[in-house]
Write a protein of this length. Structure first.
Length: 171
């Protein structure tokens, strides 16, 4: 089969990157990893990624902004968790910090409160010390998994439980 030429690695790399970007935005590192998985030579991968960056089809700052907006709204993740996710995706710390600036402390706090209110089991007897302690641990752990600092998580849970207990007594 002398007529069957090996496809040019740069063409293959371009096709892979375009396919990846079609499904969702990706960071440069995510795309580099995908090209490495597909055995694209590193120099070819770098050249293709540089070109995609030049024409702004790869933009880690834009990717980070979008990621922070999306994940903070859909998953109610705190800045700490979002910073870790961006680092895992190869976004530079300065770029991540700039993207995280769009989230104010008040936004983060509001998201945590909404999450606690949504996850608080309706039948929980907040006047029973053991039940309240158990609910506090469960809810604070849930916030910690979403990247909230322990002191902040316990404070927010306590405030929401106090408010909820107050409403239940008034009702």
């Amino acid at each position: 089969m002398a007529g069957d030429a090996e496809p040019d690695p740069a063409s293959v790399a371009r096709a892979i990157v375009l396919r990846q970007l079609t499904s969702s935005a990706k960071s440069r590192l995510q795309l580099a990893r995908k090209l490495a998985e597909r055995n694209i030579p590193e120099d070819v991968a770098e050249a293709v990624l540089d070109r995609f960056q030049e024409v702004r089809l790869i933009d880690d700052a834009e990717f980070a902004d979008m990621w922070v907006r999306s994940r903070s709204q859909s998953r109610k993740l705190a800045k700490g968790a979002l910073r870790r996710e961006l680092a895992d995706k190869g976004v530079a710390p300065e770029t991540a910090a700039a993207a995280l600036e769009q989230l104010s402390d008040a936004d983060e706090e509001t998201a945590a409160r909404q999450l606690v209110e949504r996850k608080l089991r309706p039948g929980t007897d907040l006047s029973d010390r053991a039940a309240r302690d158990k609910a506090t641990r469960r809810l604070a752990s849930m916030l910690a998994r979403k990247g909230y600092q322990p002191s902040q998580a316990f404070r927010i849970v306590s405030e929401v439980l106090d408010a909820t207990a107050g409403r239940r007594q008034d009702g």
